[in-house]
Design a protein around this ligand. Structure first.
Ligand SMILES: Nc1ncnc2c1ncn2[C@@H]1O[C@H](COP(=O)(O)OP(=O)(O)O)[C@@H](O)[C@H]1O
Ligand SMILES: [Mg+2]
Length: 333
């Protein structure tokens, strides 16, 4: 892929709990091009947030990257020392708007103090003088559409939309190239959602950012993403362009089809089931073969025994499904 900014190969991140290893990421590979928005979708528990924090090499305990590679702009993130990650990678080259972060802003800090904390934690001290930092803060607070006096306010004095703008400013003001947005509009009411989504799009264009945009809502993804990566139970089920997933032909993986049919704004075949029966498997002990097979209407013996490898069926369109590999038109007649 031209101008690949981020390249993830066979990434495994497991949570080592007292009950055993939760295989939250189990061999995930994908690329992100400069200026691209890659949408990450899947039901709750499929490994979307874990993918995001893995890219910062910042798994929450008891998680650990077990193997694989994350090349960001020519540098290997897996195995990188913590100090280097802190001062040269996190926030300065890749940052994340964490799921629900707007509700976790430290209440005793002003917006200015919150931003300065991030600044001090993620820059080599004395690289910038305080005056320069202050002008960066003001600039980015303005970019996210907030007046300067907000810098002196405390989180409880701000509305939900304003808090989310602050969180976005914190993710951006050290000028990373890649920003991971984890459910950035989920906790907001509908009108504010639209405003924040619009802000996210404008910032991407004006700052030439690349996004990994995580949401469980396919309709939002159809609006923002250039390509879509569908995750199921710690694995990639399907990757394709916006057109390949949401266009006339439709997706290849039965799981993606189910997700689409469960999204009223995108559903085409009204007669189909509007929900997906069952739940994603326990990642302490995932099913053999294809992890979706227990819920899949097309599953055969082979699907229950042999795991389908992710396979390119069309230019830019990859799927991990025996049915789709053998008959790519099975769902399109
Ligand atoms: N800190 C943790 N400790 C143990 N298991 C975790 C932890 N965080 C996430 N998991 C498990 O990892 C899997 C993926 O979770 P997550 O990445 O949060 O999914 P998503 O963001 O798609 O909802 C789930 O099975 C979840 O229970
Ligand atoms: Mg999540």
């Amino acid at each position: 892929m031209p101008d690949t900014l981020l390249s993830v190969r066979d990434l495994k991140l497991h949570y080592f709990t007292s009950k055993g290893a939760v295989r939250a990421l189990d061999g995930v590979s994908f690329d992100l091009a400069a200026g691209e928005t890659l949408g990450l979708v899947g039901e709750s528990g499929c490994g979307k947030t874990t993918t995001g924090v893995a890219l910062l090499n910042m798994p929450s305990p008891p998680g650990r990257i077990v193997s694989g590679s994350i090349m960001l702009d020519g540098a290997e993130i897996v195995g990188m020392r913590d100090r280097e990650l802190r001062t040269r990678v996190r926030w300065s080259r890749i940052s994340m708007v964490f799921q629900g972060a707007m509700n976790c802003l430290t209440p005793v800090y002003t917006v200015r103090a919150l931003m300065m904390e991030t600044f001090k934690a993620h820059t080599v001290t004395s690289r910038l003088e305080n005056a320069e930092a202050e002008s960066l803060l003001r600039h980015y607070i303005g970019l996210v559409g907030l007046p300067e006096h907000i810098l002196g306010r405390y989180p409880h004095e701000l509305s939900g939309g304003m808090k989310q703008r602050v969180v976005i400013a914190i993710a951006l003001f050290l000028e990373p190239k890649v920003v991971i947005m984890d459910e950035p509009t989920t906790a907001l009411d509908v009108i504010v959602q639209a405003q924040i989504l619009n802000l996210i799009k404008v910032l991407k264009r004006d700052l030439n950012l690349s996004y990994i945009f995580i949401t469980h809502d396919l309709a939002t993804e159809a609006e923002v993403a250039d390509r879509i990566m569908v995750m199921y139970a710690g694995k990639v089920a399907e990757i394709g362009t916006n057109q390949q997933i949401f266009g006339e032909k439709g997706p290849l993986h039965p799981y993606t089809q189910k997700l689409l049919n469960a999204t009223p704004r995108l559903r085409r075949k009204v007669s189909e089931l509007a929900f997906i029966p069952g739940a994603p498997p326990d990642l302490l002990d995932p099913p053999a073969g294809c992890r979706f097979s227990p819920r899949c209407p097309f599953a055969r013996e082979k699907c229950r025994q042999v795991e389908p490898p992710i396979t390119r069926l069309e230019d830019q369109h990859e799927v991990a499904c025996w049915k789709a590999m053998e008959d790519p038109d099975y769902a399109r007649s």
